[in-house]
Design a protein around this ligand. Structure first.
Ligand code: ZN
Length: 199
């Protein structure tokens, strides 16, 4: 089907197809749709895509940041004595949507446990321990997904954190086993934050 396309079409179809949940047919439709858009719309789209390259990881918590520190780390109204440890920045967004958490975060960048999971040294665990030593932390909430990998990572972190005199908690029940924090509804997620339990 694709050999008749101009090169630009072909390349863009490949770009779109490489995204999650987008097959070649949908990619084709999206590229055709863009083709019919106004020049300004396309220019803005291209500009936004290009600006993605300028986003960084927060130097403190590894959330997405536009500057050295992310918006949450820069916010002096946040309670920096509580760290919520999550797998990725999408979890930060999900928890922020609930509006009930006022602490700060630490993004691990993956989970331990399976063949596809990351190794310990690839996660921001050393950096978490360094923060606990340096910052005045009272509580660490381990908010990894209730999956095998999430549980394993939580257990591993618990062992690493045991020597510090801090409270270690995990999100409470309500999140379905095997489920993802980033897809949990706000009410369930709020309640699991409120009902977090010491581990
Ligand atoms: Zn940050």
């Amino acid at each position: 089907m694709s050999s008749n396309y101009p090169k630009t079409f072909q390349k863009l179809i490949e770009n779109f197809s490489s995204l999650p949940s987008i097959g070649p047919k949908l990619a084709e439709r999206l590229v055709f749709h863009l083709f019919k858009e106004k020049k300004e719309t396309l220019a803005a789209f291209a500009e936004n895509l290009s600006a993605l390259q300028d986003l960084k990881s927060c130097q403190r918590c590894f959330n997405i940041a536009e500057e050295k520190l992310c918006g949450i780390c820069q916010d002096s109204h946040r309670d920096s004595s509580i760290i919520c440890v999550v797998e990725n920045p999408l979890d930060v967004i999900a928890i922020e949507k609930t509006g009930i958490y006022k602490g700060v975060y630490h993004v691990l960048g993956g989970l331990l446990g399976s063949a596809t999971a990351k190794q310990e040294e690839n996660l921001k665990i050393k950096e978490l321990l360094a923060r606990i030593k340096k910052e005045n932390i009272q509580e660490v909430i381990i908010a990894t997904n209730p999956t095998t990998e999430g549980d394993l990572t939580a257990l591993y972190l618990k062992r690493k954190l045991q020597s510090f005199s801090i409270k270690i908690t995990r999100l409470g029940r309500g999140l379905s086993t095997g489920g993802d924090i980033e897809y949990a509804d706000e009410i369930t997620l709020s309640s699991s934050i409120s009902h977090r339990q010491e581990i």
